[in-house]
Design a protein around this ligand. Sequence first.
Ligand SMILES: NC(=O)c1ccc[n+]([C@@H]2O[C@H](COP(=O)([O-])OP(=O)(O)OC[C@H]3O[C@@H](n4cnc5c(N)ncnc54)[C@H](OP(=O)(O)O)[C@@H]3O)[C@@H](O)[C@H]2O)c1
Length: 271
Amino acid sequence: MLKYAAILSLFLLSANSAQLSATERETVAIIGTGDMGDSIGPKLAEKGYRVIYGSRDPADASVRQLVALTGNNAQATTQQEAAQQADIVVLVVPWPAMEQVAKNLGKLDGKILIDVSIPIRQAEDGYLESMVSTSSAQLIQGWNPGARVVKTLLAGSNVIDDPMALGGRVTSFVAADDRNAKEIVARIVSDLGLEPLDAGPLRHAQEIEAWARLWFVPVLQKRKQGFELAVLPSNYWHCIWQDEWYAPVSDSENLAVFPDPEVPSKPCPSK
Ligand SMILES: NC(=O)c1ccc[n+]([C@@H]2O[C@H](COP(=O)([O-])OP(=O)(O)OC[C@H]3O[C@@H](n4cnc5c(N)ncnc54)[C@H](OP(=O)(O)O)[C@@H]3O)[C@@H](O)[C@H]2O)c1
């Protein structure tokens, strides 16, 4: 439950349509019981979600141990069975295995499919480059056209294990083409102790994945200090913005509502 991280953002606000009481939380399938799966699962169960792990070997001792640790009637079964039983499916398998996994979960129409992948390989100079020409999220959407794919990077499993370790909430971008799915995932991100930020449509998964590659830079440079992303809310641009610069987004009437950031909104400064 450790290692790397990721985050960033846009707007912040509360998920009225996405709010459920703790006893009404959805059933979440976590596909993959590795570093991320074993951090996310217990945290979600603690918040009232029913967790079903999808594993290649659900009877393995380590998976059974994870189920026991998770509690709240958690279960483990095959990857496909877990996805079929859940409203929300979190894909936490290594990218090289993703195509085979994501194409074999059965019919996912209407289900929320959360992608946190970082499809990366090392370039000749040692820095990272993407293994895909678009993004992992867009590819997963193509393999499952009926699913409501949401890209969020969460953070490293170490941050999910201890979200306030650095003294503040780490930011996690959330991008999707489905407003309701985005709001529900924003609430899940918030339940994990992170700060969700609306990053617009699913194609912005490309930018989220690009940011994730930057996160590795200090680590690859062997620096002692890495970083986590915590966005500083600012109303500066709202105050000075002139509509002739760019038209507003075409779906501006249908923007996702996100959890309110815990900062007071400030009046625009007088010129
Ligand atoms: N670790 C992090 O902090 C972090 C942060 C942000 C994003 N991510 C992303 O999250 C994803 C998972 O990362 P991770 O660190 O949790 O990986 P991991 O520790 O390697 O675990 C992945 C799990 O996926 C399953 N799996 C492995 N190979 C598979 C295969 N060939 N076919 C099907 N299932 C397979 C395994 O679970 P079973 O044995 O139960 O099948 C395994 O434990 C990656 O895309 C990574 O980029 C990770």
